[in-house]
Design a protein around this ligand. Structure first.
Ligand SMILES: NC(=O)c1ccc[n+]([C@@H]2O[C@H](COP(=O)([O-])OP(=O)(O)OC[C@H]3O[C@@H](n4cnc5c(N)ncnc54)[C@H](O)[C@@H]3O)[C@@H](O)[C@H]2O)c1
Length: 260
């Protein structure tokens, strides 16, 4: 049973949190938030320069962070990142599978998606989280404590045309979270998915026109644009002791576009 103090105060101080794809966008904001909460953050992005820039932002403001260039499509790269984290910090408490091929994706009807592109999206967005979860498992099992948070998408509840590979990976990620939660519960490792709505980051996206943005906002109960900061509270909760009995869940964080 949890100590009441850890329920009231999430206590992320010195927890080691790996966030994939934290070089920009949602991952970058999550990295800064976890560092503010006192955690040691590992920025595992394939874009080394962006990862280092986020690390510098964090360390300049007094936080603890490590940037390790990592390609989540490459098992050897993931294993080497995990080995570096264990060498540096001696533990891994939380994995946030956030990296994805997303803002760079071209929208097109599914019958026009080249097979190579389909396979690449599956490799990064779905096989990547599977490989990352597998790689951190020994450390979490040894500690008999762990949190895996998969960033899926609210779009899987709605369906969205012209993005079939992306949506397929995010729906699979939500399903994977529940099944992985069933396997890992006995080891005191929780696995949950966060389903953000359309979230507006510092990265411009050609795929959402100003009219579409307004239409999305009008579908929400809270009628304003969603930002990465809107995901922070739930991510901190799911990473902490306060969520000890929450597992296998897919949490809609979309301002109320979708019900449960
Ligand atoms: N922004 C949204 O509206 C929204 C909505 C729902 C879900 N999401 C999900 O949230 C997550 C973050 O979204 P975002 O808007 O910040 O995306 P983004 O495209 O801006 O950032 C993705 C990050 O992942 C990194 N990355 C890509 N391939 C990688 C690889 N092979 N290995 C390691 N890193 C890699 C990129 O370098 C980049 O830093 C994604 O999983 C996305 O699918 C986003």
């Amino acid at each position: 049973m949890s100590d009441l103090r850890t329920v009231v105060f999430p206590g992320l101080t010195d927890r080691v949190i790996i966030i994939t794809g934290a070089g920009q966008g949602i991952g970058r904001v999550l990295a800064k938030a976890f560092a503010l909460a006192g955690a040691r953050v590992v920025i595992a992005d394939v874009n080394e320069a962006k990862g280092l820039a986020v690390r510098n932002e964090i360390t300049r403001s007094g936080g603890q962070a490590l940037a390790i260039a990592t390609d989540v499509a490459d098992e050897a790269s993931i294993k080497s990142m995990v080995a570096t984290v264990e060498m540096q910090y001696g533990r891994i408490d939380v994995l946030i599978n956030n990296a994805a091929i997303f803002s760079t994706l071209e929208m097109r009807p599914f019958d026009q998606i080249p097979l190579e592109e389909w396979e690449r999206v599956l490799r990064v967005n779905l096989t990547g989280p599977f490989l990352c979860a597998r790689a951190v498992l020994p450390a979490m099992r040894k500690a008999q404590w762990g949190r895996i948070i998969n960033i899926a998408s609210g779009a899987v509840r709605l369906g969205r045309p012209n993005y079939l590979h992306y949506i397929a990976t995010k729906a699979a990620l939500a399903g994977m979270s529940l099944s992985m939660a069933r396997e890992l519960g006995p080891d005191n490792i929780t696995v949950n998915a966060i389903l953000p709505g359309a979230t507006f980051t510092e990265i411009e996206r050609k795929t959402v026109s100003p009219e579409q943005k307004q239409r999305i906002i009008s579908m929400q109960c809270i009628p304003r644009a969603e930002t990465p900061e809107d995901l922070v509270g739930a991510a901190l909760f799911l990473a902490s002791e306060a969520s000890a009995f929450v597992t296998g869940q897919s949490l809609n964080l979309d301002g109320g576009v979708t019900g449960s």
